[in-house]
Design a binder for this molecule. Sequence first.
Ligand SMILES: NC(=O)c1ccc[n+]([C@@H]2O[C@H](COP(=O)([O-])OP(=O)(O)OC[C@H]3O[C@@H](n4cnc5c(N)ncnc54)[C@H](OP(=O)(O)O)[C@@H]3O)[C@@H](O)[C@H]2O)c1
Length: 342
Amino acid sequence: MKMSLANSTMKKWTVTSPGVEHLRLESAPLPSFGEHEVLVRVEAVSLNYRDLGVIQGEDGAAMPFPCTPGSDLAGVVVASGARVTRFREGDAVIGTFWAGWLDGEWPATARVLGGSLPGALAQYLVLHEDWLVPAPSTLDAVQASTLPCAGLTAWFALVEKGGLRAGQTVLVQGTGGVALFGLQLARAHGAQVIVTTGSEDKRRRALALGASHVIDRNAHPQWDIEARALTGGRGVDHIFELAGGDNLAASLRALRQGGRISLIGVLGEHSMTFPSVPSFLTRPVIQGIGVGHRRALEELVRAVDGLALKPVVDACYAADQLPQALEHLKRGAFGKIVVKMH
Ligand SMILES: NC(=O)c1ccc[n+]([C@@H]2O[C@H](COP(=O)([O-])OP(=O)(O)OC[C@H]3O[C@@H](n4cnc5c(N)ncnc54)[C@H](OP(=O)(O)O)[C@@H]3O)[C@@H](O)[C@H]2O)c1
């Protein structure tokens, strides 16, 4: 480590026991790194719905308290171990959500930052060089920090596993981070997009972002009927299931025969149910999505640069405003909430 960094201290968020009220912004020494690791100056951390679960002690993979939450970061490499070959000092990087899932099958040994590994809500973080990819050249750190989880989840569902094609119709539920990346990526591939929302203001914003149709979930609790009608009765080609519970049954009713549902979210419930017999004839392709691997993230980064896609950041909070940022997340963001760490 360089002398200018040695003996330095940083700020990091620690949650001492379950609950947002137990978050503390503490001073800590800069962590030391091994020969295959890099020290990253964390510029921005985007929040995910699961961060609330970790902080509240609800996430199945939560680490023992006290812990530092946060999985998604963008930053700059400021020092590196003797055997690091992938990065140099000064490189702009983003983290991979999964530490250790590089390509192919998900390995049971893969772990998550701010899960079973120390999290990203710190001003400096040590990471194995394999757990980072070069940041997009067209995004600033705040925007780039939104790619590792929300961006990659939508990309993995639609492109890596979804076979998305121009002319198809994609439906996303709500206007959170995953949903809006789904909207933007589907539009960029020439697909039509239907959005469901519970908010009039977000309805207007989703249309401005390129949604073909927006269904008000409150006015139309049976949103699947509206969705099917909007496709001329054919049904939707690809649906992001983000709510869970009985909502999956509605997703199946809205789907075209042989269409695809990506099981992604638990905004409503942690289990999903649907009647089996009607599904036999719909012949749905139901795919679970667990974010995605590093190779797909690298491909997403290239796509973002090539398309000049700008992630939707609803609000940006200062490093000491994490509790306010989490309150915003609980209220429901339009896109992503980001915390700037410097
Ligand atoms: N499996 C994976 O790989 C993966 C990856 C990322 C996230 N997830 C999960 O996917 C879900 C969405 O994540 P996110 O980060 O995009 O969340 P988010 O940004 O926090 O999304 C919040 C938005 O979702 C909408 N919403 C809230 N409750 C809803 C409900 N019951 N039904 C439909 N929409 C609802 C609201 O939009 P409106 O106000 O417009 O309705 C709200 O603004 C979460 O459950 C998260 O844990 C899974």
